[in-house]
Design a protein around this ligand. Structure first.
Ligand code: G3P
Ligand code: CA
Length: 252
């Protein structure tokens, strides 16, 4: 089937809000998600990991230390313990009371208020842990509005086995020798490189496009680099500053 994530000629780049509008609100919370929606982001990017009792939660780091008032590894904390933490006050006093959302809560918010999700399966996951993520996406009836990405090849393989209808992106900090070959091997809809690596080997964009694979570059917060990536024809840009990228998009 045709890849609907490829950017038609002349249309603006897809704006993806990294961890929500994470320059304006505490990352990976529903407040950051709402800020991204108001900023006009096409997608919200978030990171998912399981709690000790196997519930998928939205958190970037392996521990809660940096972004909450608690301490410890997410995989050692139960959902009740995670829900008791304040995930906003580290960012600003104004955001005190924000919580770490579960994946189900995040998807319910997107379903009712609008928005699409670029969901990063963060860190190594077992097949059962990926199955739980897929189960939640299906229960929330959001398979058409979720795009899965991961640095973890196994997480993408499990997702493809369990839910071939979900589009997949492979995150890379450095480029593969042959990105097209790995894209075919893993059934990728997108190849998602760090912007520095991509700008050092820009010909990869045309190669991937020729193979029908979209390119989503991360994480870019300056207009100069937005411009360079736009000129290369990348399909989507992941940014902490979705309002500014959407505004820049509108202005060109
Ligand atoms: O979406 C790309 C980006 O999120 C990958 O890096 O560390 O922010 O998850 P990180
Ligand atoms: Ca991420």
């Amino acid at each position: 089937p045709a890849n609907g994530y490829l950017r038609p000629a002349g249309s603006p780049v897809t704006v993806i809000a990294h961890r929500g509008a994470s320059s304006a609100a505490p990352e990976n919370t529903l407040v950051a998600q709402e800020a991204a929606r108001r900023a006009g982001a096409d997608f919200i990017e978030n990171d998912v990991q399981p709690s000790k009792d196997g519930v998928p939660f939205i958190l970037h780091d392996g521990t809660v230390d940096r972004t909450t008032d608690g301490t410890g590894a997410i995989r050692n904390l139960t959902s009740a313990q995670l829900k008791a933490l304040d995930a906003g006050s580290w960012f600003s006093p104004h955001h005190t009371g924000a919580r770490i959302p579960t994946l189900a809560e995040q998807l319910a918010d997107l379903r009712t208020r609008g928005g699409n999700l670029l969901l990063e399966i963060k860190g190594a996951h077992t097949r059962d842990e990926v199955a739980k993520i897929v189960q939640v996406i299906r229960e929330q009836d959001m398979t058409k509005r979720v795009f899965i990405q991961s640095f973890e090849v196994n997480a993408l393989k499990y997702t493809y086995e369990l839910a071939p209808e979900l589009p997949l992106g492979l995150l890379r900090s450095t480029l593969d020798a042959d990105p097209v070959a790995i894209a075919k091997d893993l059934h990728l809809t997108a190849y998602n490189p760090g912007n520095g690596a991509l700008l050092a080997r820009p010909g990869v964009v045309a190669d991937l496009h020729e193979a029908g694979v979209a390119v989503m570059a991360w994480t870019v917060n300056s207009a100069a680099t937005w411009k360079a990536l736009d000129a290369l024809g990348v399909d989507a840009i992941i940014t902490d500053r979705p309002a500014e990228l959407a505004g820049w998009n509108d202005a060109i």
